[in-house]
Structures are given as C-alpha cells and as structure tokens.
Write a protein that binds this ligand. Structure first.
Ligand SMILES: Nc1ncnc2c1ncn2[C@@H]1O[C@H](COP(=O)(O)OP(=O)(O)OP(=O)(O)O)[C@@H](O)[C@H]1O
Length: 492
C-alpha cells in the first residue's frame, strides 16, 4: 500500500451531519468511507471487512467511544483510530490515548484539520505496515491511574488543545518544551505529563537552575567527583542521578549558562553525561521537560541560547495561552479554587456580573494572579457571594511597546515552528515552503487591509505598500471577492 492508495475509513458518530461532512471530505480525498451511528454498529462493520482508519466520536448512544476503543483496535488489527470529542478534558484525552487512539480531534474542527490528521494517521499506519511489524496489541485500559490527576482546569479551546497535547506526548519519552507567560500553569502541565507517563511511579523533580549558585549549577545537575573543585570533599550524585527512572523539569531553561547547555544537549542526544571532574560517562535515565516564560527563539538570535538545543527541545512544544485570551476559563478556575478551599456554596459564589468584570481584567500574572486575588476576595467576603470590590486592584502590566515586541517575537517563533512542522511532517517531499507560507499568511494581510479600509482597494493597496494591480491579482489568486472579506477572517 502506498501513501496515495485509497483507504477504507470508518466514521462512527451519532450526529448524521458530522458523518455526512466527513464522508464527503474523505471521499474527495479518494477514500472509501462508511459510517455508523453507534459503536456497536461500527464494530459490526469493522468485523466484516478490513478497515484502515477509524474516526470515532466519544459520546455515542450506548457504549461510548473511549470504552469501545480497545475493541476497535482489536477488530481492525491495530488500525489508527482518531477520537473526536466536543468537550475535551485532560482525563478524556489521556483515556483516549491510553486505550489505543492515535490522535484526538476537538469539535468544532476545520476540515483542513481533519484532512491533515487523517493523512498523518494513515501515513504512520502505512509506514508501520511497510516495516512488516506485527500490529500493536491494544494497550490495556489503565483504570488504576491516580484519581487526583485532573488538577488542570479549563474548558477553553486553548486548554483543550493543551489536554490533547499532554495526552499525545505523555506516554513517550519525548522531551517537551513548555512555554507561556508567568503563572499560566507550565509547572502544572509538566507534573501532568509526568503523572500520565510510564515514569509516574518514579521521581518527578522540578528544578530551577536560575535559583542555584551559578558556580555549582553543573555539579547540582550532573554531580561531581571528590576533588573536582575546592570544597568537593566527596563524590556526590547530581539531580539527574537522583531522578533516575523519573522526570526532571528544568524550569526557566532560558537562563541556563551556555556551557551547561552543551552538556544538556549531550544528555538529550546521547543519553549520557559526566559528573564534574570525571571522564567516565554515565547513562541518563531521565525524561527531560523544560519550561520558560521567555522567548527562546529571540534568545537564540541574541546568542544566549544554543540553536541546536532549542531545536532539540522545540520538537515537542506546548504553549499555554495567557488567561486574558481565554476568559471562559475564569469561571471554572474560580469554582475549582473555591471548592478546594471549602468556600460555602462555591458553585454560586461567582455570579455572571462578577464574571464579566473579572473577564475584563488583563491578568498579567495569569492564573497565579487570579488565584491570589480570589483568595483575598474570599477572605473579605466571608462566605457570601463575591463582588468585584472584594478583589484587589489588578497588577500593572508591561508597557504597550513591550507587548508589541512580544507579538513580533511570538510571531517569529511561530514561523520557525511552522517551518519545522512542515519539514518534520513530510521530510522527504518538503518543497515550495516559501510559497506555502505565503498561501497561509498572505490572505490574512489582504483581508485585514480590506477590512481596515472598508473594502476600498486603492487604500488597501496603499496600506500594504503594493500596486493596486498586484492587489487585484493576489485577491483573485486567493479567491477573495468584495463580499467575502469578513467571512474569511478568523473568528475572534
Ligand atoms: N489550568 C490551571 N488549573 C488550575 N490551576 C492552575 C492552572 N494554571 C495555573 N494554575 C495555578 O496557578 C499557579 C501558577 O501555576 P504554575 O506555577 O504552574 O505556573 P508557571 O507558568 O509555571 O509560572 P512561572 O512561569 O511563574 O513559574 C499555581 O498555583 C497553579 O496551581
């Protein structure tokens, strides 16, 4: 079977509109698509004929998708299964991956997203077949997972993506770079990755090299031998040795000295390190997670962070959105914190009016600031429903100019990530990336310019600094017509 061969795809969803849309989309891709409205019917179809890919909804009328997953893996002899759900939390995402799903789609999804996910799943399955390996057995359902795993709260699409990413990376030994402003929950995410990994019963060690004595960072991380430096009176194990079998979180990785970065790269690439003063390499049996609130790609450009280490870490990157850009998480976060503190009638303590007032705040310190402010307010309110005057004043943020620098830095980091993703997803046939990039980004520029100028093409061309003939040609290329500007803009 080659990449371009049609595949037998089974879509299992009780929403007929979803079945219809996926059937049309995947048929256009050349696949044979069958649909089923329940897990039971889907399993009957899969038992009757070979299936190459299953797209399975979580909420189904009788047996739900997660419970039916191992049976789908079994009857399809290990075909990739993409799970879809309208409301993902960390538990569902992890359960899907642990029960044998190969990927996870969050509704509502774009058709582009579905196509890409299915292509990726089929490519991986075919590479697997070509390698002539036995199909993997369905992993057993791990109902004995720790009960208190779901500490990360959030219902926003951004948090659901985070849950999905945690579930995707947790079971591997991949190092993950967790980025996001201060207080967005990077350390909590690192702990969740460890909790859901096969290393969960071993040590989880979060360390912040920035808090260590700069002269002793390497000795702290890798250990030292007696006499390595003045004061090294005996051999001493470092953090990597103490966390053997487990996971180390290197917090504020951007502050790691350049010399230590080289040694860390050796751990990541060769799985070994030397104690300070020793030449005998030791095997590093640790999973490394790294977190930073600063823009590492800018640090690479400034020469304070090694490019090779950045790309080694940024292979799996998980970004946490600032709280101000996901205000729908404020309510669930407040309720969860109030419940943790046994606040009376926690579910009703935050009324819609207060929620709107809280959503309007900038939360520069993100969830940490919200948690602290809520704690203050709950003390002031003494058990009654909270009001905005119970809360302390918001903390001042950075200046506007600093935040526009942030936008540029983030954009540059995103472009670098996009480029890497394109190359990684298709290493052999990546080409025309400059054109592809323009196809993704140029329509946004054109549409924004037209929106700003209320559709006046002369003014829009001026704003963009291009000739209006060029603008007309580009609009035609992308199929942007006078009336379509608004529709094509990303939903806010
Ligand atoms: N999604 C979340 N659900 C519940 N609690 C959260 C969430 N995100 C953050 N918190 C809480 O907010 C506080 C800050 O979280 P954390 O220390 O993980 O942030 P951080 O991004 O690592 O911050 P920093 O960059 O300053 O180290 C913690 O008390 C954490 O429990």
């Amino acid at each position: 079977m080659t990449e371009s061969d049609p595949a037998n795809v089974l879509v299992v969803d009780d929403e007929s509109s979803i079945c219809w849309a996926l059937e049309r989309l995947l048929s256009e891709e050349g696949h044979h698509v069958q649909t089923a409205g329940s897990a039971e019917r889907g399993l009957e179809i899969a038992a009757e004929q070979p299936i190459d890919l299953v797209i399975l909804d979580v909420r189904l009328p009788k047996q739900d998708g997660i419970a039916a997953l191992p049976e789908f893996v079994r009857v399809t002899s290990g075909a990739p299964i993409v799970v879809m759900t309208a409301f993902g939390d960390l538990k569902t995402a992890v359960a899907a991956m642990q029960n044998g799903a190969s990927d996870y789609l969050i509704k509502p999804f774009s058709l582009e997203n579905v196509t890409q996910t299915c292509r990726k799943a089929l490519m991986a399955a075919r590479a697997h077949q070509r390698a002539n390996q036995e199909p993997e057995a369905a992993p057993s359902s791990k109902s004995d997972a720790p009960a208190a795993v779901n500490q990360l709260v959030g219902t926003s699409p951004a948090m659901q993506q985070v849950f999905r990413q945690i579930a995707l990376v947790a079971d591997s030994d991949l190092s993950v770079l967790i980025t996001g402003e201060t207080g967005t929950g990077k350390e909590l995410v690192a702990a969740a990755i460890h909790q859901h990994s096969r290393r969960r019963d071993s040590t989880y060690l979060p360390v912040a090299p920035v808090a260590m004595n700069p002269d002793l960072i390497e000795s702290e991380l890798f250990g030292h031998v007696k006499g390595a430096f003045t004061g090294a009176a005996a051999d001493r194990a470092g953090l990597f040795e103490r966390a053997a079998g487990g996971t180390v979180l290197l917090d504020e990785i951007g502050d790691l000295p350049l010399g230590t970065q080289v040694k860390l790269l050796r751990v990541l690439e060769q799985g070994e390190y030397c104690r300070v003063g020793d030449v005998e390499p030791k095997q590093a049996d640790v999973r490394i997670l790294a977190a930073t609130h600063c823009d590492l790609s800018a640090a690479v450009r400034n020469g304070t962070f090694r490019e090779d280490l950045f790309y080694r870490l940024a292979g799996a990157q998980l970004h946490l959105t600032p709280l101000r850009n996901r205000p729908e998480d404020i309510g669930p976060l407040c309720e969860s914190f109030l419940k943790q503190w046994n606040y009376p009638a926690a579910a009703d303590a935050i009324q819609p009016e207060l929620l709107s007032a809280l959503a309007a705040r900038p939360w520069h310190g993100n969830v940490r600031e919200l948690k602290n402010a809520l704690q203050h307010a709950s003390v002031v309110a003494r058990g009654r429903p909270l009001v905005i005057s119970d809360f302390p004043q918001p903390t001042p943020g950075k200046s506007e100019s600093a935040s526009s620098t942030d936008v540029v830095s983030r954009l540059q980091a995103d472009v670098a990530r996009w480029m890497k993703q394109q190359i990684d997803s298709n290493p052999e046939s990546a080409s025309d990336l400059h054109e592809s990039f323009l196809r993704v980004t140029e329509p946004i520029l054109l549409e924004m310019a037209l929106e700003q100028t209320s559709g006046n093409r002369v003014k829009a061309a001026e704003l963009l600094g291009i000739h209006r003939g060029t603008l007309r040609d580009r609009l035609r290329t992308y199929g942007i017509s006078e009336g379509s500007e608004k529709e094509r803009l990303p939903k806010k």
